[in-house]
Structure formats: structure tokens, C-alpha cells
Design a protein around this ligand. Structure first.
Ligand code: FAD
Ligand code: NAD
Length: 471
């Protein structure tokens, strides 16, 4: 008997475990594959490792004097080897040892709900262990790549983000289906590594971001040799005996490649976790209340991370993990639950203050609402834009620095509700904006937050000046 059972040891499950142990409860963690989950081995870490060398090379090439010191192309095999190290060579002993150190008990195998507060674990050798939780079960089983219903696609054995992140070789020609985050990051990475990339972006490039983000990333991808085809989508796909993949578009045009990557979103890992045993339909995303309790189950079942579909990002899933761990501890001790707006047990930031960095060239760093989303939410907003290239710090940072920043102000409250930066090396600038949005810092006070000269952060001053100061 454990106080809490966590199914799935991705970044979210690991953090739930850590939090409940710190709260004095015992925890069992069930993992069917690798402790660390998608993020550590097939998503965030390996993809960022793949992108980093290309980004560093581009940064050097923007600087006369340094540029002359670079005499050749990227060494793709060295990049792949560094990526291997960042994926811990797909071995999880380090993270399993960490679980052990914090006092969590790891059960390796497929976890399935088998009734109220009970989980069955089927190990690789078929052995079944039944676990019971005194207080709560947390589903943190994450998500997998969605493969759409396109004729011949599955049979053609396409790459998903997993195969791209763990690629052993660089395909000569790569077709990417999708125009979202995975598509643009992998187009950047593989173009940098030498692939001839074609992107079929049915709904455009980064359609959920501010429009200028998609435009600037598209321009940069094209400059890097990527063929970006907005509005294009495959009608059918086939793989020939020699391994060549042929995608026939809805227009009838045919594109040939060595690999085809499907990057059109995610599907929840809930098909085989015993949801039917607790009265829920298998295969669906898990709807949750404000303290991440699964809707339709009597108070003991929680869902955190990708699987609840609130925000599909590691840092936000870990934020949920801290909240859910703490609320389980509070409820177990009979202490009050603090689930009001910005309360300790609420995941308020999920709604309006989610930060994200897309590691393309240029980088896209955003937090909160886009102008379109703020308008759709009924806010009375004013949008202020600034050309990043005109900021002294940016001009010093790189020759020909191009980029743009947008501040979305809620005029009713005089606070920033959205902020987007697009430009080389803007990722580390984002947290200031996140603090402004979460802290709901009035613009009049922000005038006193003076950016150092000459840094790219001086864009804050330019945006405030353009907005104007109240009399
Ligand atoms: C290519 C790519 C790049 C990304 N890059 C970033 C990034 O740079 N930054 C960022 O913030 N986010 C990024 N993401 C998103 C990020 O990977 C996810 O949001 C994050 O992994 C979600 O964590 P999780 O713990 O909810 O799920 P997962 O990481 O999917 O972990 C779930 C775990 O549960 C296990 N599991 C599933 N079912 C069972 C079962 N029945 N029994 C036992 N164990 C089970 C799985 O094996 C897995 O280990 C990226 C995603 C992709 C696809
Ligand atoms: N740096 C990061 O933060 C990072 C990096 C990679 C992935 N992620 C996360 O992983 C998740 C998955 O990324 P993703 O790129 O797969 O999903 P996504 O939701 O970002 O983009 C999917 C894209 O595919 C398009 N699409 C959907 N169905 C299609 C179809 N049938 N044919 C053609 N296009 C179609 C959509 O319009 C959308 O633009 C995202 O939610 C993202 O937050 C984050």
C-alpha cells in the first residue's frame, strides 16, 4: 500500500513524485519505458541538442572577424554524437537512481487502472503486480505523435518526432508534414545538418503564434534552403522498394524524399490505461478540474501534464506537477485547499501566462495571449510593436540583426497580457515578460524597470515609449 501512485515517469510524473514525498507521503511510480519520458529521450532534450550547433554556427556567421575563423560546414556526426549524450544514450539509470534517492519506489511495466485507487502493473515478463493507493492515483502518461488518416501513410513507416529526434543519419531529402512547432524546429535542424527539406504546412507556419513569427521563421527557413509550402497537404503516401517515399499532394503534384516526418500534433496515451474500469472512455484526453482532478471520477484520480491537454509543454507540466503534488498532500492531511486564482494549489498560469520558446532561427519566445487570442477573449487591448534590429544591443549582438517584439496591453487594467519576441537569441529574454504578465505589473511601474545598456532588453523601453506614459 502506498499513499500515492503515479502512472508515467516523464518529467511530470517525476515531479509529482518528488512533491508528494516532500510532503511526507509514500509514492509508487510506474513506468513502461524510460524514466524521464518523452522529453528526455525523444523530445525537448535531443531536439534542442540537434538545434544548438546550427544556431551557434549561424551566430558566428553573423559576426565579421569571428566568421572568418569558421572554415567548414557542420560536422553532422559530431552533432548527432552530442545529441546522443543529451539523450543519455537512451539509458535511464541516472533518472531511476534519482527516483530511488528521493524515496520513490519504481515499478517497471505497463500501468493500468483496475478499480478505485488500484493500479495493476504488467512487467515485461508478464508478471502482474497489484498496487493500492491510500489517497490518490495520478495519471501522467503523456502523449504520442498523431499520425493522420492519409492513404498509405502508416504503411510507408513515416518518421514521427521520435525518429527525427533520435535519427542515426541525416536524410538527403526530408519531407515534413505540418507547420507547427515540431515541423519548424526539425526543418531548422535537418536543413542545418544538410538535408534538402520540404515542409507541407497545410494551415500555414506557426498558425497559433503572432502572425509575424510565422512570417519571419518562414523567411529564414527559405533562406536556409527549405521549401516551405503553405496550404499543401498529402493526399497519399507510398514507400518504394528502394526506400524512397513518394507523397502525392491534394493538387496531384508528387514529391519524393528519403524520409517523411509527420508533425501534426499529439494524441493522449490513454488507450490502454484501464479508463473503462473507472467509467471513462479509453483513448480520450483527460478533462480535469482546477486542482487537476479527473472529471467524472470520485475525487481520487488526477491527471497532469500532456495527458490533460491543458498545455503540452514540459515546464508547464512540471508546474502542474508541483500543484497536484501539493494538493494531494493537503487533502491527505485534511488541510484547506488553496485553489483560488494564483493560489498554491491552482494552475492559474496555464490559462493566460504560458511561456514558450521555439528554437528556430530566429527564435520565437512568447508568453500569454496573442493579440488575436486576447481579442477573442473579449479584452480591450492595444498592441505595440517594435523592430528589434533598431535596438542598440541587438545591433551589437549581430550584424543585420532582424526581429520584432510585440506587447499586448489590456487597456482595462493597464497590464501586459501577451508578449512575443522573434529574433536571434531572444529565448533568455522571455522570463522578464513572464514575470510582467504573471505579476500583472502596471505599465506605470514598468517604467522603473530600467533595461541595461546596450542589451536587447532595451526593447522594453522602446515599447513603453511607443505606448506612452499616463499623464
Ligand atoms: C519533438 C518535441 C520537442 C519538444 N520540445 C519541447 C521543448 O523544447 N520544451 C518544452 O517545454 N516541451 C517540449 N515538448 C513537449 C514535451 O515533450 C511534453 O510536454 C512533455 O514531455 C510532457 O511530459 P509528460 O510527463 O506529461 O509526458 P511524457 O514525457 O510523454 O511522459 C509520459 C511517460 O509515461 C509513460 N507511460 C505512458 N503510458 C504508461 C503506462 N500505461 N504505464 C506506465 N508508463 C506509461 C511513458 O513511457 C512516458 O515515460 C516537445 C515535444 C516534442 C514531441
Ligand atoms: N520548443 C517547444 O516548446 C516545443 C517543441 C516541439 C514541440 N512542442 C510541443 O509539442 C506539441 C506537438 O507539436 P506539433 O508540432 O506536433 O503540434 P502543433 O499543434 O504545434 O502543430 C501541428 C500543426 O499541424 C497542422 N496540422 C494538423 N493536422 C494536420 C493534417 N492532417 N495535415 C497537415 N497539417 C496538419 C496544424 O495546423 C498545426 O500547425 C506542441 O503542442 C508543442 O507545444 C514544443
Amino acid at each position: 500500500m502506498f499513499d500515492v501512485i503515479v502512472i508515467g515517469a516523464g518529467p511530470v510524473g517525476e515531479n509529482v513524485a518528488d512533491r508528494v514525498v516532500q510532503g511526507g507521503l509514500s509514492v509508487a511510480v510506474v513506468e513502461r519505458e524510460l524514466v524521464g519520458g518523452e522529453c528526455s529521450y525523444w523530445a525537448c532534450m535531443p531536439t534542442k541538442a540537434l538545434l544548438r550547433s546550427t544556431a551557434a554556427l549561424s551566430a558566428v556567421r553573423r559576426l565579421p572577424g569571428a566568421r572568418e575563423a569558421v572554415t567548414g560546414p557542420l560536422d553532422a556526426s559530431a552533432v548527432l554524437a552530442r545529441r546522443d549524450a543529451f539523450a543519455s544514450n537512451w539509458a535511464d539509470d541516472g533518472q531511476a537512481a534519482w527516483l530511488d534517492r528521493i524515496g520513490a519506489r519504481l515499478f517497471r511495466g505497463e500501468g493500468r487502472l483496475s478499480g478505485t485507487r488500484t493500479v495493476e502493473v504488467t512487467a515485461a515478463d508478464g508478471t502482474v503486480t497489484s498496487l493500492t493507493a491510500r489517497h490518490a492515483v495520478v495519471v501522467a502518461t503523456g502523449s504520442g505523435a498523431l499520425v493522420p488518416d492519409v492513404a498509405g501513410l502508416r504503411a510507408a513507416a513515416p518518421w514521427t518526432s521520435r525518429e527525427a529526434a533520435a535519427a542515426r543519419t541525416v536524410p538527403g531529402r526530408l519531407v515534413i508534414v505540418g507547420g507547427g512547432v515540431v515541423a519548424v524546429e526539425m526543418a531548422t535542424a535537418f536543413a542545418g545538418l544538410g538535408s534538402a527539406v520540404t515542409m507541407l504546412a497545410r494551415d500555414g507556419v506557426l498558425p497559433a503564434a503572432e502572425p509575424f513569427a510565422g512570417e519571419l521563421v518562414t523567411e529564414a527557413l527559405r533562406n536556409a534552403g527549405v521549401s516551405v509550402r503553405a496550404g499543401a497537404e498529402p493526399r497519399s503516401v507510398e514507400r518504394a522498394d528502394d526506400g524512397t517515399v513518394r507523397a502525392t499532394l491534394t493538387t496531384g503534384e508528387t514529391i519524393e524524399a528519403d524520409e517523411l516526418l509527420v508533425a501534426v500534433g499529439r494524441t493522449p496515451n490513454t488507450r490502454d490505461i484501464g479508463l473503462e474500469r473507472v467509467g471513462l472512455p479509453p483513448g480520450d484526453w483527460l478533462a480535469v478540474d482546477d486542482t487537476l482532478r479527473v472529471v467524472g471520477v470520485d475525487g481520487w484520480l488526477y491527471a497532469a501534464g500532456d495527458v490533460n491537454r491543458r498545455v503540452l509543454l514540459t515546464h508547464q507540466g512540471k508546474y502542474q506537477a508541483r500543484a497536484v503534488g501539493d494538493v494531494i498532500v493537503a487533502r491527505a492531511a485534511g488541510r484547506p485547499v488553496d485553489d483560488g486564482r494564483w493560489g498554491r494549489h491552482a494552475v492559474t498560469a496555464d490559462e493566460r501566462a504560458v511561456p514558450q520558446v521555439i528554437f528556430t532561427e530566429p527564435e520565437v519566445a512568447s508568453v500569454g495571449l496573442t493579440a488575436a487570442a486576447a481579442e477573442a477573449a473579449g479584452l480591450s487591448i492595444r498592441v505595440v510593436d517594435h523592430d528589434l534590429g533598431t535596438v542598440a544591443g541587438a545591433a551589437v549582438h549581430a550584424d543585420g540583426y532582424g526581429g520584432r517584439a510585440r506587447m499586448v496591453v489590456d487597456e482595462g487594467r493597464n497590464v501586459i497580457v501577451g508578449f512575443t519576441l522573434v529574433g536571434p537569441d531572444v529565448a533568455e529574454l522571455l522570463h522578464a515578460a513572464t514575470i510582467a504578465v504573471v505579476g500583472e505589473v502596471p505599465l506605470d511601474r514598468l517604467w522603473h524597470a530600467v533595461p541595461a545598456f546596450p542589451t536587447i532588453s532595451e526593447v522594453w523601453l522602446r515599447l513603453l515609449e511607443a505606448y506612452g506614459r499616463s499623464a
